[in-house]
Design a protein around this ligand. Structure first.
Ligand code: PEP
Ligand code: MG
Length: 329
């Protein structure tokens, strides 16, 4: 199987009958550049900017951030790079921003924290924009959104940062600054019921299936006592994902999935059958998912999805998928 999977590299990402998929990378920590290049991804679907922040002892300055972001944007200059604004809090504390909360996952995290600390948000956006000068690859993604007001406020600040950087750039005719596309993560269940309102304001959505699973099932994703209950293949999660795909198709809003599910062959199969065409995952999952997609027609994937949607429990879903994976070898 490993050989077959490795042979998939270099092939276009497509289903057996040729339906194309865009397979992108989730990045955070520095990894070997030549390895990344060899994976032949379609750009970066999620750059977790909090990881370099977590590895330091103080907030990186604006110019340090510009360096960090420029490196990624330059490496993927021909493609798109989705940079997520700082998603700290919850399970991702910063050593230099100690938080003590009884329920950190329901607390001050992601966009909530950065909108309350506008200087952090503005500095990060300015750094992203400066790093993107003379490229068109930057896209900005907002994490942990739960209200429309957060989207409005973030868009207003992005506009402000863009205005500031444009003024600096205006003096140099060699420097061109694009306005980046802006997207919202679907990871708090409330967003599922406001997709239409939010879609009018933004350019794309990205599903964070890790947090969406945690919040739909009310299971702390890091608590071992309840870890058996944390399952992205729970029928409720699967149905939510299918609904999101349908709604975004109706709204004609681009959507991708960047949670772990997209990098699991069984998960990718279901997502493909639901209509998702953009999947973002860790580098080591890319070949496997590319290979799996090439082995099945969309109709075959849809027939697996039908069985899964009729299942009553997560174990039943796993059983159906295990059987399919076994057939593939
Ligand atoms: C997610 O929640 O699925 C996601 C991609 O973000 P993170 O895992 O970084 O919270
Ligand atoms: Mg998340």
């Amino acid at each position: 199987l490993r050989e077959l999977v490795e042979q998939a590299r270099g092939q276009p990402a497509q289903s057996k009958e040729g339906e194309p998929f865009s397979l992108q990378l989730n990045l955070g920590v520095q990894v070997d550049k030549s390895w990344l290049q060899a994976l032949q991804s379609d750009g970066v679907g999620l750059f977790r900017t909090e990881i370099p922040f977590m590895l330091r002892e103080r907030f990186p300055t604006e110019s340090e951030q510009v360096e960090l972001y420029r490196e990624v944007l330059q490496q993927f200059a021909e493609q798109t790079v989705v940079m997520r604004t700082l998603d700290v809090g919850g399970d991702k504390p910063l050593p230099y921003l100690p938080l003590s909360e009884e329920n950190p996952f329901l607390g001050w995290r992601g966009i909530r924290l950065t909108l309350d600390q506008p200087e952090i948000f503005l500095m990060q956006i300015r750094a992203m924009l400066k790093a993107s000068i003379n490229t068109c690859s930057l896209r900005i993604l907002l994490p942990m959104v739960s209200t429309v007001e957060e989207v409005d406020e973030a868009l207003r600040m992005i506009k402000q940062a863009h205005h500031e950087v444009s003024e600096e750039v205006a003096e140099d005719p060699q420097q061109h600054l694009h306005y980046p596309q802006v997207g919202v993560m679907i990871e708090v269940p409330a967003v599922l019921y406001q997709l239409d309102v939010i879609a009018e304001k933004i350019d794309f959505f990205s599903v964070g299936s890790n947090d969406l699973t945690q919040y739909l099932l009310a299971v702390d994703r890091n608590n071992e006592r309840v870890s058996a209950l944390y399952d992205a293949y729970h029928p409720a999660v699967i149905r939510a994902l299918a609904e999101i795909a349908q709604t975004c198709q109706r709204l004609q809003k681009p959507i991708s999935v960047c949670g772990e599910l997209a990098g699991e062959p069984g998960g990718a199969l279901l997502l493909a059958a639901m209509g998702y065409r953009n999947l973002s995952m860790n580098g080591y999952s890319l070949d496997h998912v590319r290979w799996m997609l090439s082995q099945l027609t969309l109709a075959q994937m849809q027939s697996v999805l039908e069985q899964v949607l009729a299942a009553r429990s997560a174990p039943q879903v796993h059983e159906i998928l295990a059987l399919e994976m076994e057939k593939l070898g």
